[in-house]
Ligand binder design. Sequence first.
Ligand SMILES: Nc1ncnc2c1ncn2[C@@H]1O[C@H](COP(=O)(O)OP(=O)(O)OP(=O)(O)O)[C@@H](O)[C@H]1O
Ligand SMILES: [Mg+2]
Length: 485
Amino acid sequence: MAETARSVLVVDDEADIRALLTDLLKEDGYKVRPAKTGAEALEAVAKDVPDLVMMDVKLPDTDGLGVLKTLKREHPELEVIVMTAFGGSSTAIKAMEHGAYDYVTKPFEIDDLLATLRRVFEHADMSSEVSALRLELGKSAAERERIVGSSKPMLEVFKLIGKVAGSDATVLITGESGTGKELVAEALHRASKRNPHPLVKVSCAALPETLLETELFGHEKGSFTGAMTMRKGRFETANKGTIFLDEIGEMTLATQTKLLRILQEREFERIGSNVPIKIDIRVITATNRNLAEEVDKGRFREDLYYRLNVIHVDMPPLRERKDDIPLLVEHFLVKYRHAPGAIPTTISEEALTRLVDYDWPGNVRELENAVERAVVLSRGLPITAEHLPFSNRIEVKDRRAMAERRSRLLDEDESETDADATAATNGAPGANGSGSLKDRVSELERQLIKEALERAGGNRTKAAEELGIYRRLLYAKIKEYGLGD
Ligand SMILES: Nc1ncnc2c1ncn2[C@@H]1O[C@H](COP(=O)(O)OP(=O)(O)OP(=O)(O)O)[C@@H](O)[C@H]1O
Ligand SMILES: [Mg+2]
């Protein structure tokens, strides 16, 4: 399979880009066919299915995302890399949701581009080896939706899960409490070919050292007082599957040494026995501690740390991906709807703004609890600010800080266009709060955009350039302020 040249269909309306990619890919040994439009692309694929499609999402005749959807529906195995203009990451997210393998932003970094391509094909080789794996990957895509998020950091997490799911590499998941570490461990297991076998979870914090060891390794009958029968440990139960060692930072040095041996030799003995037992296992660990620091302090074995940290998934705290909050709220409103089968409870703009403004020290878990509680309190009626746990605790001082932060966020909007464009198209609040400062800033913004548009003679690209914002954000603002035709 790897011997025959891979074929790539390049879909872009710009002749320069088509020529550039064709040259580049041919040089790298690929067979290339170009297409100018969505219709041409579909026709080309119908004639002969390529190994990969590289496609601009902005096509002259149709919406590129629509073409992507059609392609993936008719050829689920076909991999598609989407090209977007720099800053169009909400489009990229949509493309990933519709099954694109990856996205690249224009202008291209040639090396990145080729690396991405090679990755696709490695992935394709791996997944066609076992057709069952394909099935698992398909399943994982659906399951992955249980981890909600569309912010850039979460998108990176999803990509990483997809990338390492097929391998047996040891994964270390770090992040603050409530960020979804366990969810990631589950997703990794489900997406792997070990999925039919057990995922065994052990919290290293829940048990004192000796009990944790019997729990993990099991014991022979009579190995210690009270050991009346032989007991299999969790490692044995997890054979052929995955073991998830949660709160690994709490494991004592003695137990760490035993774990290290299992990782090195893939065998262990039950306590009170000297018969080695072979195991075939994937190890995933998680901690909310900084393990590197623990190593420095001599509380964690350095060699074990490197063994565990082959792949590192770092879960970003919720306050650093506030874009995800409206999505998560929606997700939990469905999850905790008032009664089974009932229409999900709705939420007022003000309440949602509060949720977005709050800093969530307990991360997604705290948000989930807050939404669940609010659904109960509101008894199926729309949730308002008074149903939120912190509604009565906001001091005047905090209100001022909130207003300041909101206006700061507004400034940042100008540079962080992706987040804003997503929020704007999602109709998320925060973009139309009710504070008078906010109103005045909005009015000023509307005025500045209007003037820039006039000066640019209605040319939006020019106006966006002058304002120093992305075109996508300008479009969103034009719509928001009703400045369009
Ligand atoms: N991205 C997400 N989408 C949907 N639900 C989420 C997400 N992240 C976390 N949750 C939910 O939040 C709760 C906490 O997640 P999880 O147990 O995975 O966190 P954790 O990082 O393991 O926390 P801890 O360190 O406290 O054990 C769970 O109910 C989980 O379902
Ligand atoms: Mg956890």
